[in-house]
Design a protein around this ligand. Sequence first.
Ligand SMILES: Cc1cc2nc3c(=O)[nH]c(=O)nc-3n(C[C@H](O)[C@H](O)[C@H](O)COP(=O)(O)O)c2cc1C
Length: 191
Amino acid sequence: MSVMESLVTRRTYRRFAQKPVPQDVVDDIVEAVRLSSCGANRQALRLVVVQSPEMVAKVQPLVKWAAYLPPEQGMPKADETPTLYVAVLQDSSAPGDLSTDTGIALANMTLAAWDKEVGSCIMGAINKPALTELLGIEEPLKLACMVAFGYPIHKAHIVPLTADTGVKYYLDENRDYCVPKRSRGEIARWL
Ligand SMILES: Cc1cc2nc3c(=O)[nH]c(=O)nc-3n(C[C@H](O)[C@H](O)[C@H](O)COP(=O)(O)O)c2cc1C
């Protein structure tokens, strides 16, 4: 898969087969973060890999799915849940703003997984206090976000963003995600 093909097809996935993510993919996810570019090469991000079924089940109720959809459409059912979560932590004792580093790491880890057909959902709407306790995260580390991973059982298509769609994704008749994106002309100008 070319990088551009990956960028088109590496969408957000929210329903998954009940099949574990193999260890080589987990290793690639961690490696993708380890090798990421970061400000002043500080390398101030840390990960918690949640892969035991017991711990994955404890994370499930602490994340919120698909805010644009009613829960019966957007929330994975019991047999559609992700089989792996990775928590992304920031070392708050490191100088500077780590949000750009975090964004680059999120892009790299989700692309690395997608290269092996493992889909993902970056999750910012999470119960940080409860997850911090559950995952044993201690100062100066702070939980930035969770990423859910698994083998998708739905498709996701880019559609043109129109006055009708706005930015909200929706499900089509196959329960596949349709994700409106602005045109190139709307987001860039050429001098
Ligand atoms: C920083 C960030 C936080 C997000 N948080 C959530 C979330 O809490 N729950 C969720 O279902 N999706 C979440 N998403 C996924 C977005 O809804 C998704 O990226 C967006 O709708 C565009 O879809 P696409 O990734 O397929 O382009 C998040 C994405 C990002 C980048």
